[in-house]
Ligand binder design. Structure first.
Ligand SMILES: [Zn+2]
Length: 479
């Protein structure tokens, strides 16, 4: 895991320094050789375990469904994965990359290839090189099969069931991951790797970076960035990261052995994606996600997991809103709301949607909604509620060519505080039908704008008014 630190013994460091001095003149050939640890599991066990763990992770963590950002992170990830040295390549592994909508600066990868990069990590990195560094470190754990290697040590007779038991215990079953995450911080809730493994991941990570055209020193630099960003007692990263300077030194030392020419560092893609993520609402911390853990139910349930959008366009024909309501806790518990029971909860970029089956779908690589409500936080310049609301409406209409505000702002109340509301007309891009969009806003204490967007086709609008009004009335804010 990225956040675990390695503290080498003084002797070891001394020895390495000695070697480094001797080897300097022929540095180009002196990169550190890494040996695979003995492993009782089959390659296919890594794949199997990783798949099951990934399913669990995606039930319990908010996956950030931004196509553009995910594609970008995947491009960087694939570039790194294809630069894994031949002896550590496993054709059975499937490296793929997703963003978790969490503020904590971290990333983790699962056996067999699934990798999860926190939004906070991308926002914190100073350039693409630093982001790639963390990813290369995580890829190295996977390529070196650290998960199953460590389980092999812990168990005399290895079977897939055995390691699943271990992973299961650490992930913590249906409601447990939340508690695990809350207690320990993400990054350690899977397998805790030994210091030896962490060093190997740093060294192989450095080698992969060089092969992929990055400067391994950016992996080392990321530690500095982490120190700065988690300073001031915010995250606890430094508390379980007592001595990043050792890792920093070791990575830089490895970099001296590697061939690095015109490394990739700042890229327009990175700047663009980072700016976009930073301008979005504040991502919840892992702890907040844990407290709202019931948002991501585990096991059977209804399949209302984040990111399970259908591949097809929204049908636009849906069952009417149920008269029974279900309560949800949003934004790390800051907001709660009740919505018709037959609406599913869906994570979409910085907002949460509740929509009936058939009332949402994919259209031209975007998720489009025809029926339902959305809640989110908008980052605004400090100003009056009226100003920030108008600013938010402008951003909505600018992003949607046919959306028009049809009435001025009117006052309303949201959980007892002053709110603003207005209504807009639009032509739904997927169905081509006219629709009515109602927007309600209020300010949180921290100055952010909480918004609710309700959408329904114009000819069904009347039958959705009650559901929208009830949902709005049920909103409770505790900030
Ligand atoms: Zn690690």
């Amino acid at each position: 895991m990225f956040r675990k630190s390695f503290v080498a013994s003084q002797q070891f460091i001394a020895l390495l320094t000695l070697f480094a001095l001797f080897l300097m003149p022929m540095a180009a050939v002196a990169q550190t050789q890494i040996q695979l640890h003995s492993n009782k599991y089959k390659i296919s066990d890594d794949v199997k375990v990783g798949r099951q763990a990934a399913a669990e992770v995606e039930r319990q963590m908010p996956i950030f469904n931004d196509r553009d950002a995910t594609d970008y992170v995947s491009r960087v990830g694939e570039r790194l994965a294809s630069s894994i040295p031949q002896q550590f390549q496993h054709p059975e592994f499937d490296y793929y990359f997703k963003i978790v909508n969490a503020r904590d600066i971290n990333a983790f990868a699962l056996p067999g290839g699934p990798m999860y990069v926190n939004r906070g990590m991308i926002e914190a990195a100073r350039n693409e090189g630093e982001m790639a560094g963390v990813m290369a470190h995580e890829l190295s754990h996977v390529a070196l099969r650290h998960g199953t290697a460590q389980a092999s040590k812990a168990q005399k007779y290895g079977t897939a069931a055995g390691i699943l038991g271990i992973l299961g215990a650490v992930i913590g079953g249906p409601a447990g991951a939340a508690a695990q995450i809350a207690g320990q911080g993400v990054g350690v809730y899977f397998l805790k790797f030994s210091r030896e493994y962490e060093t190997e991941a740093d060294i192989l990570g450095a080698q992969i970076m060089a092969r992929a055209g990055y400067d391994p020193r950016d992996l080392a630099n990321m530690f500095k960035t982490l120190e700065q960003q988690s300073g001031g007692g915010g995250g606890g990263f430094l508390s379980d990261h007592p001595s990043p300077s050792n890792r920093y030194a070791r990575i830089n030392q490895e970099a001296a052995y590697l061939r690095i020419e015109n490394p990739i560092r700042d890229t327009p893609d990175f700047s663009r994606i980072q700016a976009r993520l930073r301008s979005g609402g504040r991502a919840p911390s892992m702890e907040e996600i844990a407290r709202g853990g019931q948002r991501y139910p585990s096991g059977e349930t209804t399949g209302n997991y984040p990111n399970n959008y259908p591949d097809s366009a929204p049908r636009g024909r849906v069952e009417g809103p149920s008269s029974r309501y279900q309560n949800y806790s949003l934004m790390g518990g800051v907001v709660s709301v009740s919505v018709p029971r037959n609406w599913r909860e869906l994570q979409d970029n910085n907002s949460v949607w509740f929509a009936p089956e058939g009332g949402y779908g994919q259209y031209q690589n975007q998720v489009v909604y025809t029926h339902g409500v959305s809640f989110g936080l908008a980052q605004t310049q400090r100003g009056s509620l009226q100003q920030t609301t108008q600013e938010f409406l402008n951003s909505l209409t600018q992003g949607n060519g046919s959306m028009r505000q049809r009435v001025g702002l009117q006052r309303t109340t949201v959980d007892g505080r002053t709110g603003m509301t207005t209504s807009l007309t639009n032509v739904n891009e997927a169905t081509g039908r006219a629709e009515v969009v109602t927007v309600v806003t209020t300010l949180l204490r921290n100055g952010r704008l909480l918004y609710m967007i309700a959408v329904a086709p114009e000819n069904e609008s009347a039958s959705y008014q009650t559901a929208f009004r009830n949902s709005l009335r049920s909103v409770q804010i505790t900030d």
